[in-house]
Write a protein that binds this ligand. Structure first.
Ligand code: AMP
Ligand code: FE
Ligand code: FE
Ligand code: ZN
Length: 284
């Protein structure tokens, strides 16, 4: 049974609508997808409706842009009540921050000889309430400055890159607290991918687990090599954390993230759903 607990739709920075994503899962024999768009619950209703009669189960999720010591870290929340106001307020702040930095990023790109209008970026955003760097990357591709999203990130948009500006994000401790208060299960997304190991050290994982009641870590993720996975799995066992796996699929937006290229075990999935149900959260 293929269970992929971290995917994105066009409601954030994926390229498939929620409906198309569900259909793709059905066509590829994926039994469960967690839809975890960045900082929004907007795609969940459509995905759940599209799942009816397909045999695909959609687990409600979200990926919250957080930070630890100023470095970007991502938090997955499963089964959150999508109407819990304090969480919605925080998500709105994150989204406003993301959109608000756009002029600054565009000024940097102009200085680098790659002028882009705000409209050109908004054209790429489509229905997403969440303007992200991937949309800026798409506008750069459309303008012929780079060949694909990856080149845009590798040369200009990476964290601290020449076309990057920082933005508001939520402290990871606050993120965990909000997910729990929304009756969801908090799981750290790709904790040791892309340089995050330097801030999400094992004492920090311990603190987040013991003091803030983090419940899981994503172990099998394309950003983790085999050695990283092994070490992280050992720590997950030691700390009693659920170890999940996912593709972090973004449609055509990211290579090496094909649907269900990494998966979560049936046992871990069942335990996750059991916890959400026990606290009255949003279950499939
Ligand atoms: P933002 O939240 O607007 O800062 O954009 C973050 C999103 O950009 C992430 O969720 C990824 O989908 C994507 N992203 C970040 N860093 C990279 C990278 N180095 N290569 C490709 N995509 C990236
Ligand atoms: Fe993304
Ligand atoms: Fe992420
Ligand atoms: Zn993601």
């Amino acid at each position: 049974m293929l269970i992929d607990l971290h995917t994105h739709s066009s409601v954030s920075d994926g390229t498939d609508t929620p409906t198309r994503l569900v259909r793709k899962a059905a066509a590829e024999g994926v039994a469960v997808i967690g839809l975890t768009d960045h900082d929004t619950f907007d795609g969940l209703r459509e995905a759940s409706a599209a799942a009816v009669g397909t045999g695909v189960t959609v687990l409600s999720g979200i990926e919250i842009s957080c930070q630890r010591d100023g470095l970007s870290v991502h938090l997955l929340g499963y089964g959150c009540d999508p109407h819990y106001e304090p969480l919605l307020d925080e998500l709105a702040k994150v989204r406003v921050g993301r959109t608000g930095r756009l002029p600054d990023m565009l000024a940097k790109l102009t200085a680098l000889g790659m002028p882009l209008s705000e409209q050109a970026v908004m054209y790429q955003v489509g229905a997403s309430p969440s303007v992200g760097r991937p949309h800026v990357a798409d506008a750069m591709v459309a303008a012929g400055y780079v060949k694909d999203r990856q080149e845009a990130f590798d040369r200009f948009l990476y964290d601290g890159g020449p076309g990057y500006s920082n933005r508001y994000s939520c402290d990871i401790r606050r993120g965990i607290e909000l997910v729990r208060k929304a009756l969801g299960v908090p799981v750290l997304a790709h904790p040791w991918g892309r340089g995050r190991k330097s801030v999400l050290t094992t004492p920090v994982l311990q603190e987040l687990t013991m003091e803030y009641r983090l419940e899981g870590v994503e172990v099998d993720h394309p950003d983790h090599d085999d050695e990283t996975r092994q070490e992280l799995r050992t720590w997950a066992n030691r700390l009693g954390l659920l170890a999940t796996g996912s593709s972090d699929h973004h449609g055509l937006g990211k290579v090496g993230h094909e649907l269900a290229c990494n998966t979560t075990s049936e046992d871990v999935y069942a335990e996750l759903v059991r916890r959400v149900r026990a606290r009255g959260g949003h279950t499939p």
